[in-house]
Design a protein around this ligand. Structure first.
Ligand SMILES: Cc1cc2nc3c(=O)[nH]c(=O)nc-3n(C[C@H](O)[C@H](O)[C@H](O)COP(=O)(O)O)c2cc1C
Length: 180
C-alpha cells in the first residue's frame, strides 16, 4: 500500500518516540506548550465527551513541589501537563466514577501529548507514581478533578544515555493474534 509523505512522517514519529528522562534546565516556550496542549485536545474520547482536563505549569517552584510528591518523577521537567478527570462533569453525563472509558481517555490524551511533544523536538515522559491527594493540593485542583497522569516535558539533554529498551524487543507479531 502506498503511503503519503505525511503518513510516513506520522509513522516515523510513532516509531521513534521514547520516554526522555534526561532534560536540560532550558525553559519550554509557552508556544510549544500550547502546541502540545492543542494536540491533546484532538485525542479521541469516549462518546466525544472530553472529560479530561489538562493542568499545565512551567513554574519552577510548582514543579519542584510536584517532584517532591511524585516518586515516579525521576526527571527534572521544565514543564508538566497533568491529565485530570473531571468527575462532576462525568457524572452529569451518567459516567460512574469507575467507568473504564474515563481511564482509557486519560491514555489516549497522554499518548497524544507525548507524540506531539516528540514531533516538535521536546523530550516527554509520563508519570503515574504520585500522591493524588498531594498533587491535587499543589495544583489547587477544583473539587472532583482527579489527577491521573503527569506528562513531564523539557528539552532533551545532549549526550544523555539512550532510554532503556525492552529486551528482547517486542514486535507487533508478539502482541497480535489473528482470528478468522
Ligand atoms: C500507565 C503508564 C504509567 C507510567 N508511569 C511512569 C512513571 O511513574 N515514571 C516513569 O518514569 N515512567 C512511567 N511510564 C513510562 C514507561 O516506563 C515507558 O513508557 C516504558 O518503559 C516504555 O518506554 P518507551 O515509551 O520509551 O518505549 C509509564 C507509562 C505508562 C503507559
Amino acid at each position: 500500500m502506498r503511503h503519503t509523505a505525511d503518513g510516513e512522517a506520522v509513522l516515523a514519529a510513532i516509531r521513534s518516540r521514547r520516554v526522555v528522562r534526561a532534560l536540560t534546565d532550558e525553559p519550554v516556550a509557552r508556544e510549544d506548550l500550547e502546541t502540545v496542549l492543542d494536540a491533546g485536545r484532538w485525542a479521541p474520547t469516549a462518546g466525544n465527551r472530553h472529560l479530561q482536563r489538562f493542568v499545565a505549569t512551567d513554574d519552577p517552584t510548582t514543579l519542584r513541589v510536584l517532584r517532591m510528591v511524585s516518586p515516579g518523577m525521576i526527571q527534572r521537567p521544565a514543564a508538566a501537563i497533568t491529565v485530570c478527570t473531571d468527575h462532576p462533569r462525568a457524572a452529569e453525563f451518567g459516567f460512574p466514577s469507575d467507568a473504564p472509558g474515563l481511564h482509557v481517555d486519560v491514555g489516549t490524551a497522554a499518548a497524544t501529548l507525548l507524540l506531539a511533544a516528540h514531533a516538535i523536538g521536546l523530550g516527554a515522559g509520563p508519570v503515574t507514581s504520585f500522591s493524588r491527594a498531594a498533587v491535587g493540593v499543589v495544583l489547587r485542583l477544583p473539587d472532583g478533578w482527579v489527577p491521573e497522569m503527569i506528562v513531564c516535558l523539557g528539552h532533551p539533554a545532549p549526550g544523555a544515555p539512550a532510554p532503556m529498551r525492552a529486551r528482547p524487543r517486542l514486535t507487533w507479531r508478539d502482541l497480535t493474534t489473528w482470528v478468522p
